[in-house]
Design a protein around this ligand. Structure first.
Ligand SMILES: NC(=O)C1=CN([C@@H]2O[C@H](COP(=O)(O)OP(=O)(O)OC[C@H]3O[C@@H](n4cnc5c(N)ncnc54)[C@H](OP(=O)(O)O)[C@@H]3O)[C@@H](O)[C@H]2O)C=CC1
Ligand SMILES: CC(=O)N[C@@H](CCC(=O)OP(=O)(O)O)C(=O)O
Length: 343
């Protein structure tokens, strides 16, 4: 099988390491370059001893990499840095970006949510939104794909088919979400110290401030053909991986279940549980699966959808590989059918 030559920028971060872990057993990808910033010059097993069994290139600064020998580049860098880096890469290089820089179509929306003007607007326009199950055809022919926010992916898996089918009240949607701490990346932050995190939970970016609302607004309004604004309450939980979104909608619960089950019947990674069964993050850790459950609320005419996925796989690096498979003409599930880790 052809081995596509892969570079990973930001390989010393959490999503970068997850890309390496998954690509290590991919049948048609070979890692030829890895980048880091502070950790440039180090071997991967110095940064991540859990990858010691692999023979990997040394971490380099981005400007030391020869991209002429690369077929596809995963970019797992912080937002804002990303647009500068991608703008300087060869224009024929296929890129799957994991940051927020190319997710929003409208430059004004980017500035609103990220607090600064976009400096590569033409790339922003070129990028295809990377929620694979809903953008497959565009992703197959794209050069630049923008991976979704991990929370944004979870909420969209619960809601997109319901909005498309017109079975929920569009003005009555609440996404209450719990996220694991690896979603915040590997750089040191005081509030993420074990002593300050492990004993409790708290909300963050409440009151309509979370940046993934930009993705919800963009995508839900596009599907509905009119503005849709959801309510969103993110919480940080003292767990490493995983997101659980509890989504409250005004709708017939059986119709909600039937709509999701039908929409995802042929999807290899999206699993709808029997009516009334609800999923747990414990059942998807380390895998590219998203589990969804539906139950009737106590108040008639209301339903609750619960969606879970792993932020480092289906929420970022697994999704990125799924998109790269399509861009390279490989089987979409290649390298991704790993079972979750349990317990
Ligand atoms: N973590 C998650 O669950 C998700 C993350 N994302 C997005 O993916 C991207 C990567 O996230 P994550 O892996 O968590 O982040 P980390 O903070 O864990 O890693 C960031 C990586 O970028 C490198 N880096 C930082 N600054 C620079 C710079 N100025 N120039 C070059 N390289 C730099 C770091 O290198 P070094 O450490 O050597 O300094 C490191 O390799 C982010 O945009 C994030 O928002 C998207 C979905 C989910
Ligand atoms: C726990 C935590 O902090 N999670 C991050 C989501 C990670 C992600 O999807 O990041 P980007 O949108 O920045 O790429 C958050 O809620 O902002």
């Amino acid at each position: 099988m052809t081995q596509h030559r892969i570079a990973i920028l930001g390989a010393s971060g959490y999503t970068g390491a997850e890309l390496v872990r998954l690509i290590a057993t991919h049948p048609a990808m070979k890692i030829v370059a890895l980048s880091a910033d502070r950790k440039a010059g180090m071997a991967m097993d110095q940064v991540f001893p859990f990858l010691r069994h692999l023979d990997l290139p040394v971490l380099q600064k981005i400007d030391e990499i020869d991209f002429s020998g690369v077929d596809l580049c995963f970019c797992a860098l912080p937002h804002a840095t990303t647009q500068v880096v991608v703008n300087a890469l060869p224009r024929n290089l296929k890129i799957v970006d994991l940051s927020a820089d190319f997710r929003l179509r409208d430059p004004a929306e980017y500035e609103k949510w990220y607090g600064q003007p976009h400096t590569a607007v033409e790339l922003q326009r070129e990028a295809v939104y990377g929620l694979t199950e809903f953008y497959r055809d565009e992703i197959k022919t794209a050069r630049l794909v923008a991976g979704t926010g991990c929370n944004a992916a979870t909420g969209q898996f619960a809601l997109r088919p319901l909005i498309s089918a017109g079975v929920i009240d569009l003005d009555n949607i609440l996404i209450d979400l719990k996220a694991g701490v690896s979603g915040a990346g590997r750089s040191l932050k005081e509030n993420l110290l074990h002593a300050e995190l492990s004993g409790g939970t708290h909300t963050y970016s409440m009151g309509g401030k979370h940046r993934h609302l930009g993705e919800f607004d963009q995508e839900f309004s596009k599907i509905a053909g009119r503005p849709v604004q959801v309510r969103f309450s993110p919480h940080l939980l003292p767990m490493n991986r995983g997101i659980l979104a509890t989504v409250y909608v005004k709708a017939d619960p059986q119709v909600v279940h039937a709509t999701l089950a039908k929409a995802y019947a042929a999807e290899p990674f999206l699993k709808v549980l029997p009516f009334g069964a609800l999923p747990s993050t414990r059942d998807i850790a380390g895998s590219n699966f998203c589990h969804l459950g539906v139950i009737g609320d106590r108040v008639p005419g209301h339903a609750v959808v619960v969606a879970v996925l792993d932020n480092l796989t289906k929420g970022s690096s697994g999704q990125a590989i799924q998109n790269a498979n399509l861009m390279l003409g490989i089987e979409e599930t290649a390298g991704l059918m790993l079972a979750p880790v349990f317990p």
